[in-house]
Design a protein around this ligand. Structure first.
Ligand SMILES: Nc1ncnc2c1ncn2[C@@H]1O[C@H](COP(=O)(O)OP(=O)(O)OP(=O)(O)O)[C@@H](O)[C@H]1O
Ligand SMILES: [Mg+2]
Length: 334
């Protein structure tokens, strides 16, 4: 991700407030599934996850495919019901499993940008129709007068209004997806792998656009990615997920420079060096276990290069090890 790493990171005009816009505690999401043998089973895709988001910041979630990033995002946006005991507070209001009528109000303020712009734009609708949809759904009248502005905001312009998605490039379609997400002036945007379907050169442009929009509109981002170079560029803080749990949570700089969890170390060892420091390559043994049958004790113990006896028996608590740094690992509890 050379292009992204060489972009300038201007933080001067970004304003992060002390106030939490979102507080997630003990979030759990279990799916009822049919197992390979035909028997019914449970799959805990998100297991007791807690974190907060400050207004104006970018908080990223990273982790391998299947670790529960999208499920976490969809559950906190109310697109999946959460399990009992979960709590989601948005701007001071408890929105956990809120009724449909209330959800519509919340949906105006919290939007989702998807990974694949082609899959989320209706191919039979023009860009004008696509951008008018949110206004229609929420019965807002001034849609026609705002859609041109929205296209300008994402660097496209009104000449695209009467085009269909198939007439646009992947990057342009993702800009339309971003414009649609911005239509109702949201405060929180969940970006679920927003650039992974795009060419590397286009990825940098879209990341730049997201950063500019954040400063201009004081947006808060929950940014989901498996690409640690992108995450390094865009994040203020990062949570690392493994098998449905956050195993390390800290500031962007501490995550990369004072890494604590062996899983984070292995993820970071797989990215090309950009800072001249060489990291020891750590190849994890085995595959990621299934979340429908997670290992006892620490969920990472079957692949951990630093595994100890206790790790096989007891799940580590998620403890604070330093200012702004928390980790769930027995290396830090004993
Ligand atoms: N609707 C569903 N029903 C049953 N299982 C599901 C459902 N959605 C997700 N899962 C399972 O939950 C786990 C987490 O999936 P999720 O899509 O959240 O992972 P992810 O971290 O977003 O992965 P990726 O990086 O591939 O997007 C996976 O084991 C997945 O198979
Ligand atoms: Mg996903």
């Amino acid at each position: 991700m050379q292009q992204i790493d060489t972009l300038s990171r201007e933080t001067s005009s970004k304003h992060i407030e002390t106030e939490n816009i979102l507080e997630v505690s003990h979030l759990k999401k279990t799916f009822h599934i049919k197992q390979a043998d035909g028997k019914k089973g449970l799959l805990r895709a998100v297991n007791d996850v807690s974190f907060t988001l400050k207004k104006g910041e970018t908080f990223s979630l990273v982790g391998e495919s299947g670790c529960g990033k999208s499920t976490l995002a969809r559950t906190l946006l109310g697109l999946h019901p959460s399990d009992d005991g979960s709590k989601i507070i948005f701007k001071g209001e408890d929105i956990t499993n809120m009724p449909r009528s209330k959800h519509k109000q919340f949906a105006r303020q919290a939007q989702l940008i998807f990974q694949d712009p082609s899959a989320c734009l209706n191919p039979r609708r023009t860009i004008r129709q696509i951008l008018l949809e949110p206004f229609k759904i929420h019965k807002i009248k001034n849609g026609e007068s705002k859609i041109g502005e929205l296209l300008d905001l994402v660097g496209l312009g009104t000449r695209y209004l009467d085009m269909y998605p198939h007439e646009m490039s992947g990057g342009q379609k993702q800009r339309v997806g971003i414009a649609r997400a911005l239509a109702l002036d949201p405060e929180l945007i969940v970006c679920d792998e927003p650039v992974s379907a795009l060419d590397v050169s286009i990825q940098a442009q879209v990341i730049n656009l997201l950063e500019d929009l954040q400063k201009q509109l004081n947006l808060t981002y929950l940014f989901i990615s498996h690409d640690l170079s992108v995450v390094h560029h865009i994040s203020d803080r990062v949570g690392v997920m493994y098998l449905g749990e956050i195993v390390e949570l800290t500031t962007r700089d501490k995550l990369y420079e004072e890494t604590q969890h062996p899983y984070t170390k292995s993820l970071l060892s797989s990215i090309p060096e950009t800072d001249g420091k060489s990291r020891e390559k750590i190849i994890l043994k085995g595959d990621v276990p299934s979340p429908s049958n997670p290992p006892a004790g620490c969920r990472f113990h079957t692949r951990c290069p630093s595994v100890m006896d206790i790790c096989k028996k007891e799940a580590p608590d998620f403890i604070q090890t330093d200012n702004d740094h928390s980790v769930a690992c027995h290396l830090f509890t004993k």
